[in-house]
Design a protein around this ligand. Sequence first.
Ligand code: AMP
Length: 226
Amino acid sequence: MRKYVIMGVQGSGKGTQSQILAADLDLVHISVGDIFRWNVQNHTKLGALVRRTMAAGELVGDDLVESVVRDRLTQHDWNFGFIVDGFPRNRPQAEFFLESYDIDGVIVLDLPDSEVRRRVLNRRVCPACGINYNLIDSTPKVPGQCDSCGAQLVTREDDTEEALAVRLHDYHEKTDPVIELFRRKEYVFNVDARSAPEVVQEQIRKSLALPPAGARTAGDPGAAGA
Ligand code: AMP
């Protein structure tokens, strides 16, 4: 059983890195942002509650966030563990989380603000399959179209200069102290997120003492269990 948290500013690649790790180790990937976005896209009651807050780049209230995380984790479909992405983002959320779950490792993806701006403002997303593109270094083959399903790519509603400024400010003010809180427990691993995704993934695995990507074989007890 492995329980990880991945933290980092917007655009640092949390989603991409978590998905690779989760797929390879059979972990459940829990992204609070993805859960909210799904609810907004599907016009649910929860989506209506969070839409404006998200578009402005602000943090959703702790009670709502905590109930989403609690509901997701009580599904207990994480036999081999989970990787939580984008949570906790402030001290109350961290305290709530630590009261209920013990964590094996916290990965912090480090990216300078200037690089965050460059990545986020050039990010495009497929609304159908969720794949992220970047107009600088991972462009779609046909401009504006998803390579996988052909859908028209969109800009995330919160990938604007204004919303990004709010998110960066919140990150440094509220999330940086959470990293320090975790650091005192000595299981924080900082990884340089400026490198290519596969290099970042290797660094994450080295930090967590995991085998290289794809090295796991079926039935390997060291890979998914224990
Ligand atoms: P993300 O995809 O992690 O960047 O999250 C997108 C948006 O969802 C954030 O800008 C917030 O509005 C909201 N959100 C996601 N996770 C949290 C959280 N842990 N606390 C508060 N708001 C969150």
